[in-house]
Design a protein around this ligand. Structure first.
Ligand code: ATR
Length: 294
């Protein structure tokens, strides 16, 4: 055990994550690594909040907590507790980052998941503007991805889901906001109506997450022939079945670890009013991989 004293004093700013459960979270690795790298006097912990996230947010503000991340199942439920919500987060209907605004007497909510995904894609030179995109899933994550891709200028977005009515609801809602993007809904069981050109496919279902690493939401090899780039939001396992199928068919495949990393980086930037550099990002990536035993 290290005998080094943590440099916590009366000026240390306290940040953290609220959600349920929070035991598995890797966010403390991201934020405490960045704080150590930049010499910022702050610590980041995890607060399990089972019920009443609104009370938790109000209590956090009263205690002087500098900012919070919010995870499942409270990303929408905390919104009524905020003094302001960023426009894009409001459209998505989910916030994952709360920034303290003393002048307004509360927190402003942001969604850094989608900027995080966008930055992770930019880092791999994956473009969205002008692109044809197929999104697998129609839950909260898929809905946000559909919003992000439409807002970044994708020309065509198809949303495929097990429950088609949920995909249809997303398409209807996002078409109203971004009419220039051609959107359509479909079933993961009927792949006859796919775009003609090769596409970017974003896997936004929970299928294939550990311990179900041997599963992919679509197994049909012909589907994977159509993908030039596959991006799985799942990062555990590190190499998902979806990614393996994309690669076997000749496409490039990425997991969700960089999205996790950059959603944290964007939150850290909002809390500290700064830009995090690539050297610090690389250090955090190494720490996250160590944490995952990679
Ligand atoms: P999140 O907030 O992470 O998006 P969610 O809202 O529960 O989580 O959505 C989970 C997504 O994974 C949904 O698209 C779900 O399909 P349904 O809408 O039909 O439920 C999809 N999903 C989960 N398990 C699946 C499975 N075994 N096969 C196909 N799709 C699955």
């Amino acid at each position: 055990m290290s005998t080094d004293r943590l440099n916590i004093d009366g000026h240390t700013r306290i940040f953290g994550l609220i959600g349920n459960p929070v035991g598995h979270t890797m966010s403390p690795v991201i934020h405490n690594t960045l704080a150590a790298y930049y010499g910022h006097n702050l610590i980041y912990g995890a607060f399990p909040v089972a019920d009443d996230p609104v009370k938790a947010v109000e209590g956090a503000y009263a205690l002087g907590i500098g900012g919070l991340n919010v995870t499942v199942p409270h990303k929408s439920a905390v919104i009524p507790a905020l003094v302001e919500t960023d426009d894009f987060a409001f459209k998505i209907g989910a916030v994952n980052t709360l920034v303290r605004m003393d002048e307004k007497g509360g927190y402003k909510g942001y969604n850094t998941d989608m900027p995080g995904l966008y930055r992770a894609m930019c880092q791999e030179d994956i473009t969205i503007a002008g692109e044809t995109v197929v999104i697998l899933g129609a839950g909260g994550a898929a809905r946000a991805v559909a919003m992000m891709t439409a807002s970044k200028g994708a020309v065509r977005v198809s949303v495929l889901n097990r429950t088609v009515s949920k995909a249809e609801a997303i398409v209807k809602e996002i078409t109203a906001l971004y009419p220039d993007c051609q959107m359509c809904a479909g079933s993961i069981y009927d792949l006859h109506d796919l775009p003609e050109e090769k596409f970017l496919c974003i896997q936004a279902t929970s299928t294939g997450m550990s311990p179900h690493a041997d599963q992919a939401v679509i197994e049909d090899g012909a589907f994977y022939e159509r993908i030039h780039t596959g991006f799985d939001l799942v990062y555990n396992p590190y190499d998902t079945k979806f990614m393996q199928l994309v690669r076997q068919a000749g496409g490039k495949a990425y997991n969700g670890l960089n999205m996790l990393l950059y959603q944290g980086v964007v939150a850290y930037e909002l809390w500290n009013d700064m830009q995090v550099g690539e050297e610090a990002v690389s250090l955090v990536r190494r720490r996250l991989k160590e944490e995952m035993g990679l």
